[in-house]
Design a protein. Sequence first.
Length: 273
Amino acid sequence: MHRDRTVGELLREWRHRRRLSQLDLAIQADVSSRHISFVETGRTMPSRAMLLHLAQHLDVPLRERNRLLVAAGYAPAYERRPLEDPDLAKAYEAVQGVLRGHEPFPAVAVDRHWNVLLANSAMTIFLDGVDPALLEPPVNMMRLGLDPRGFAPRLRNLGQVRAYLLPRLARQAARTGDPELSELYEELRSYGTEDDPPTAGPTDIAMPIRLRHDGVELCFFSTITTFGAAFDITLDEIAVEALFPADAETADYLRRSAAGHWLPTGSALPRGL
């Protein structure tokens, strides 16, 4: 029979996940290690403020902080609104502005599972030849990139990309404790063969993404942007990945494509415009 986890068990799990001893956490949080021990064993019920204090020092995601609070008998502290909620209007506009402002280069906003929330029109260059089943909502960018039915066959350095993305996904799954991310990692790991180490070439400034498209090779590097100090779970879990041209040829191609309207205006991805 399933048993709900106690707050002490959950707290101990997060402490182990962060590879901290009770003394380590006590020093970081400026509390006694005896208090940490009593909370974890159930001898002491922490106050709401203390629980949030410990969760902050353990870098617990906002949705999991709510779970800690509920396990201790408190009301959740953080709301989870849809991105289109009026209360998130300014944040929604900010994400749209980032995507729009990055054109003619690709950019996409994803949730904690790498499902696409919004994308700009330049992201359509990644959709050529993709199995329509992968474009059924929710569209997952990790799956789209590493599944053989996605744009993986068009990546010139697929092994290198896999060798970078899979450990990154594994770290994210470990940091958040999210079982869906762990399942996604195991699925994507099963698709590959031997991966190349993500070593730098003579002209690389970051790990490149080399994509065959329309008879040419496009080369990108990426940045990830997140909201700072979010108090809403949705905002806390949004990441915007912007792809920048890694060479003049890629930049010129995308600018010409946009000027000549070669980039499709419709998309199977949720549009941010």
